[in-house]
Write a protein that binds this ligand. Structure first.
Ligand SMILES: [Zn+2]
Ligand SMILES: [Zn+2]
Length: 309
């Protein structure tokens, strides 16, 4: 599972930093792409990565501010041109449907696929065979949601050699044992799943918060997350200004990560006042509170391993 930062800036694009978008590449067997926000120019940024737009299966929008949404109509349009013809799930706060449908309709854009719109409210907003996505409202100047992606536990590996020794024929019985079921063979032998299957592997938890002041819901979404992505629009000491605009500082992002018992924090959505050389300093500020803090830059990407145990 890989997370890519396509844009890490707040407000407006800069020469060295694009506005906000994040892509999550799901591992086998899904191999699909989920995206979170798509500010202007997101599709250009995507072209600078190995990620494939036709694999985009779901787009989660935190809020309707332009630095998170102005790239969506273009992105959806291009998806058609590059062979994306499977249905797309589009999540966002109320108004997302009107915003995107209006842009696509008035521009006479014709897509080769269906969009299913989900105007989200608090709670579980999406469930697939392997993932559950929960949304909670944050505290920003307009309705804004954070998303928590929970991967389900994966069954332990089968000891195929042992199964063969016990005379278990490959096929459906393997599947039942993998799910943790004990099975009885035709000769009456009972094969206990615990004896022939490894321990199930824990799933990953990834929290992607939108623009927000520090708030309880950000803390709830980030609880025990393997990775928390949190905005840090402002530096330490600028709390008053940050709150005035519905944003957070490095120190506040790090405090949320620490208090939520998250394993790692990646900060993004930096104010245009910061240049790339400032990022190390922002990272240092956050690390005074939460040592596993990192500042993302455009095209920064990271592997998210499965938690041990
Ligand atoms: Zn923003
Ligand atoms: Zn905003």
């Amino acid at each position: 599972m890989e997370l890519w930062f396509l844009g890490t800036g707040a407000g407006r694009p800069m020469k060295h930093r694009n506005v906000t978008s994040i892509a999550l590449k799901l591992p086998d067997p899904d191999c699909s792409l989920w995206m979170f926000d798509a500010g202007e120019g997101t599709q250009h940024q995507l072209m600078r990565t190995p990620l494939k737009l036709n694999k985009l299966e779901a787009l989660f929008v935190t809020h309707l501010h332009g630095d998170h949404t102005y790239g969506i109509p273009g992105l959806l349009s291009t998806r058609s041109y590059v062979g994306g013809n499977t249905p797309l799930q589009l999540f966002g706060p109320p108004g997302i449907r009107e915003m995107i449908e209006t842009a696509l309709t008035l521009s006479s854009s014709r897509l080769d696929y269906e969009i299913t719109y989900h105007e989200v409210s608090e709670g579980i907003v999406y469930k697939t065979e392997r993932y559950t996505v929960e949304a909670l409202p944050l505290e920003h100047r307009v309705p804004c949601f954070g998303y928590r992606i929970t991967e389900c536990e994966s069954p332990g590996k089968l000891n195929v050699e042992r199964l063969q020794q016990l005379g278990v024929p490959s096929g459906p019985l393997f599947g039942r044992i993998k799910k943790g079921e004990d099975v009885t063979l035709p000769d009456g032998t009972v094969v206990r799943a615990a004896d022939v299957a490894g321990k199930p592997q824990c799933g990953r938890i990834i929290t992607i918060a939108g623009d927000t002041k520090p708030c309880d819901n950000a803390l709830r979404l980030a609880q025990n997350a393997d990775l928390l992505v949190h905005e840090a629009t402002f530096a330490a000491g600028q709390e008053e200004k940050a709150h005035l605009y519905g944003h957070s500082t490095t120190i506040e992002a790090a405090t949320t990560a620490r208090d939520a018992n998250a394993k790692r924090l990646i900060m993004t959505h930096f104010s245009t006042r910061f240049v790339d050389e400032d990022l190390a300093g922002l990272e240092e500020e956050a690390r005074t509170i939460f040592p596993e803090s990192y500042a993302a830059h455009d095209l920064y990407h990271t592997e998210i391993p499965r938690p041990r145990g």
